[in-house]
Design a protein around this ligand. Structure first.
Ligand SMILES: *Cc1c(COP(=O)(O)O)cnc(C)c1O
Length: 510
């Protein structure tokens, strides 16, 4: 097991670097001829928008800026550094060609207010992508606008509302059913959309408990939100029966497709009976994410619900691509313009480069990798695989460190922290909530067997440490740029300084 030593620079923040009047770049004087055309630049800016004093920006040379950010990057760990098994969130390799295309001037310099006759190329890309995503999800039409998964969920919930409103059942249908294994955004989106959330428990197999579902479904049911495979990585084998129960009660089925890795080209939410689907482009389709963005959460719907999608819709009349605002039943706008274009272009490049067979291979390899890890990890002392051990997992697996916590005091959180010392990003920890001491692991298709074996070796080593020298694991991490953070302080808004101004103010207060 190779050890890991993260670079540890004593790097000041950029405001503390540099010297007054130091420059990295100097703009040339505006030439006389240009001045004659544009007039006095000073006068171009309306007086009331001008600052009285210049902003207090750091003043640095180019080489200082370069060194500063290179040092910060050396104290960082990313999906391009090594394994990043963050279950549910899918941190996989994002081919660099996607970035090259998304940042090419032909894309980056476009403006949404341009006449559509001058933006036919990007409209074609967006239109084609929406058709591909409809094909992949088995839906009738896809809206590309939402900026994230949670944003897509909100749109989905607004569509559920619009559907029941049209049927004159808005008041009556006040509940959305969510399983207890759901991602936290599901109940949050349902609540934001004005619904009461009804939680349905999982059964001994880790799937939706059908009898419990029957008992909570009623004429108050507006819909059910479900992830399949669920957050345990287990495929809901009763999905057709679940769809029947919800539909017979008059509700709609919402598919949380944040993570589509397991089913790409294998099965489709539309075929399982779902009416509304969101997809996280930034998880499944080749956009780097983390730290909050950027993302895109397109939403696909059945033919019946198509009328409710946001405007403008991108259409094609056989000759031209056009923007269609004439949709009287639309829920309206969910975002400015047409979506997060750079992210959507990456998805277009990703799907185009892999093709249908390539997407299937993504699903096959990611499922194979997850099962390989599930089997290897469950054999390690102190860990167990909850729910049916024989049942194959899909794109991810959840292992529990409960035996280790009981026997040594080393908990899942400590295992995650110690993994950092071995140069592996921590898995999703303490989620889903239905598993004690949960470590949710998603290797994705991007890592070779040797890297997976290194991960297994690291967990083995941590197990040995936990049983021989638990203090070592409890004090981890030691080898990282930042050692153990104060978890309570870190999540306390009053203790955080999120800008230089706040920091200065706090320092004065101290
Ligand atoms: C990531 C995730 C979401 C939320 O997506 P965001 O883009 O972070 O808003 C929803 N559901 C599941 C299952 C997820 O993994």
């Amino acid at each position: 097991m190779s050890t890991f030593r993260q670079a540890r620079w004593n790097e000041p923040i950029i405001f503390e670097l540099g010297k007054v009047h130091r420059r990295g770049f100097a703009l040339p004087e505006i030439e006389e001829e240009i001045k004659q055309v544009i007039g006095d630049v000073q006068l171009l800016m309306p007086q009331k928008m001008k600052r009285e004093t210049p902003p207090k920006l750091p003043e640095l040379s180019e080489v200082e800026v370069t060194r500063h950010f290179i040092r910060l990057s050396q104290m960082n760990y990313g999906v391009d550094s090594g394994l990043y098994p963050l279950g549910s969130c899918t941190m996989k390799y994002n081919p660099k060609i996607n970035d090259a295309l998304a940042t090419s001037p032909t894309v980056a310099l476009l403006h949404p207010y341009q006449d559509p006759q001058t933006t036919q190329g990007i409209l074609q890309i967006l239109y084609t992508l929406s058709r591909w995503l409809a094909e992949i999800t088995g839906t009738y039409e896809v809206c590309l606008q939402p900026s994230a998964g949670a944003h897509g969920e909100l749109l989905g919930v607004l569509i559920i509302r619009a559907y029941h409103k049209r049927n004159g059942e808005l008041k009556k249908r006040s509940e959305i059913i969510v399983p207890d294994s759901a991602h936290g955004t599901n109940p949050a989106s349902a609540t934001m959309g004005g619904y009461r959330v009804i939680v349905v428990p999982s059964d001994a197999d880790g799937c939706v408990d059908i009898e419990a579902l029957k008992s909570v479904v009623s004429e108050r049911t507006a819909g059910l939100m479900l992830t399949n495979p669920n957050t345990l990585g287990i495929f809901e084998k009763n999905i057709e029966e679940i769809a029947r129960i919800v539909h017979e009660a008059g509700g709609l089925l919402y598919y949380d497709g944040a993570n589509l890795n397991a089913i790409l080209g294998k099965t489709r939410p539309g075929d399982m009976g779902f009416d509304i689907v969101h997809i996280n482009i930034h998880k499944t389709f080749g956009t780097p994410h983390g730290g909050g963005g950027p993302g895109a959460g397109p939403v696909g719907v059945s033919e019946e619900l198509e009328r409710f999608l946001p405007v403008p819709r991108i259409g094609f009349d056989g000759k031209d691509y056009f923007l269609d605002y004439n949709k009287p039943d639309s829920v309206g706008k969910i975002r400015s313009f047409y979506g997060n274009i750079a992210v959507l272009v990456r998805a277009y490049a990703y799907i185009l480069s892999l093709g249908a067979e390539g997407l299937q291979e993504v699903a096959e390899v990611s499922v194979l990798n997850a099962n390989y890890l599930a089997k290897k990890l469950a054999e390690i002392r102190g860990f167990e695989l909850p729910y049916d051990k024989q049942k194959p997992r899909k794109h991810e697996c959840v292992i529990s460190a409960k035996p280790m916590a009981k026997e040594t005091g080393v908990k899942a959180l400590n295992v995650s922290k110690r993994l950092l010392d071995y140069g592996v990003h921590a898995p999703t920890t303490y989620f889903p909530l239905i598993v004690d001491e949960a470590l949710m692991i998603e290797p994705t298709e991007s890592f070779e067997k040797e890297e997976l074996d290194r991960f297994v070796d690291a967990v083995k080593k941590i197990s040995q440490e936990a049983y021989s020298n638990p203090q070592l694991v409890l004090n981890a991490p030691q080898n990282t740029a930042c050692t153990r953070l104060d978890e309570v302080k870190a999540s306390h808004p009053q203790s955080m300084a999120l800008s230089w101004k706040m920091y200065l103010k706090k320092r004065k207060d101290i």
